[in-house]
Design a binder for this molecule. Structure first.
Ligand code: ATP
Ligand code: MG
Length: 358
């Protein structure tokens, strides 16, 4: 067993003696390990939190504690139906090692499975159900959470960055992007109009998960039913429509996010229906009138944001997203724009599906 990891795990208030520590998968953001204990005591998840992505790990851990405590007060099985943060022996929610890395521990939830990809309507339904349940459990959580990633999905902030990027024209590419820049500008008013409804409270501010992919939903291994949403690092306060929009952007795309073949890219209305049905199966009762009204639009909003961000990074000279070839960000921009157009074309049907489930 790695003694460094062992010593870090020992900082936490674990039940039982540590038997083994093993790496679990290869996460994009954090380093995740499973800590097995001897006998019948629980196992644990130990994570090195990425403090480049999350500059304020203490605030992030406090968000997670508050959100999970709120859920625990409502569910039948508080140790299974949500994450349980395990403090250090000093009672802190994280441990900072000598190298300045932040570590945190939560209970390993036994007898569960996850899925890597939502490639069927059945899984899209389950993904919607998982986030819908999470949001429903937190629909009455009204205190603000720390903003762990600044300006996340904040369209006003995005346009401020955009205006600066176009003005600075760092990579000298603006002149060649008249058409693509037009895609953004022609939707500026519509997108900021939606965002004003969030800013003025017409659309309520609630707890958002902000990483809605299917691998962040835990399923009961026996019943195969949704158990809970995990990976709560990005929980923040905003409109919960962001979670739906982000999921729709990824679940419903018939092509890849960076598909060079635009023929392959479109929004699958079947996947849309499945996700929304799953989501509403848990969340319909707590949705406000304004959330109902803008639910289908959320997919367009988040997809538009991604078009803007990929194009902005291309204009900036590819500073933010890792690229695999020189035009990668432009290819991503075009592919996401194709998806956005497909959503716009099918918007009436999307709205009809939502209204049919009301
Ligand atoms: P990524 O960046 O890929 O989302 P991550 O580094 O954020 O990963 P998590 O999503 O928190 O890590 O966890 C990775 C995987 O470990 C999960 O998909 C799940 O399979 C498993 N896992 C995490 N926490 C638990 C838990 N408390 N109980 C059981 N399994 C867990
Ligand atoms: Mg994850």
């Amino acid at each position: 067993m790695n003694t460094k990891l062992y010593n870090i795990a020992q900082q936490f208030a674990l039940e039982g003696a540590i038997a083994d520590i093993k790496a679990l998968g290869d996460g994009f953001i954090n380093d995740t390990f499973i800590v097995k204990t001897e006998g019948t005591t629980p196992d644990y998840i130990l994570q090195r939190k990425n403090h480049i992505v999350f500059p304020d790990v203490p605030a992030m851990m406090d968000n997670i504690r508050r959100v999970t405590e709120h859920i625990k007060a409502k569910v039948e099985n508080p140790l299974r139906d949500t994450l349980t943060v395990v403090p250090t022996t000093d009672g802190a929610l994280y441990y900072k090692d000598e190298a300045g890395n932040f570590w945190a521990v939560c209970l390993f939830i036994e007898n569960t499975t996850t899925y890597d990809r939502a490639d069927s309507t059945a899984l899209a339904y389950q993904g919607g159900k998982g986030i819908g349940r999470f949001q429903a459990q937190l629909a009455d959580f009204t205190e603000p959470l720390a903003e762990v990633i600044k300006g996340f999905h904040n369209m006003r902030y995005r346009f401020e960055q955009w205006d600066e990027a176009v003005k600075a024209d760092k990579a000298g590419r603006v002149a060649s992007l008249t058409e693509e820049i037009g895609w953004i500008e022609s939707r500026r008013e519509e997108m900021l109009g939606f965002w004003s409804l969030v800013e003025n409270g017409t659309i309520p501010t609630r707890v958002t998960h902000n990483d809605t992919k299917i691998s962040n939903i835990l399923f009961d291994a026996d019943t195969k039913d949704v158990l809970c949403a995990i990976d709560l690092d990005t929980v923040m306060s905003s409109t919960s429509l962001n979670d739906v929009g982000d999921a729709l952007r990824s679940y419903t795309n018939t092509g890849a996010e960076d598909d060079p073949d635009l023929e392959k890219v479109s929004m699958s209305l079947d996947m849309f229906r499945a996700y929304i049905e799953g989501y509403l199966s848990e969340r319909a009762a707590t949705l406000s009138e304004s959330e109902w009204e803008w639910l289908a639009f959320s997919g367009r909003f988040i997809t538009f944001e991604q078009v803007l961000r990929f194009l902005m990074d291309y204009i900036d000279g590819d500073k933010y997203y890792k690229i695999k070839y020189p035009e990668h960000n432009l290819v991503r921009t075009r592919a996401q724009y194709k998806l956005l157009q497909s959503m716009e074309e099918q918007y009436d049907q999307m709205v009809a599906i939502v209204n049919g489930l009301k």
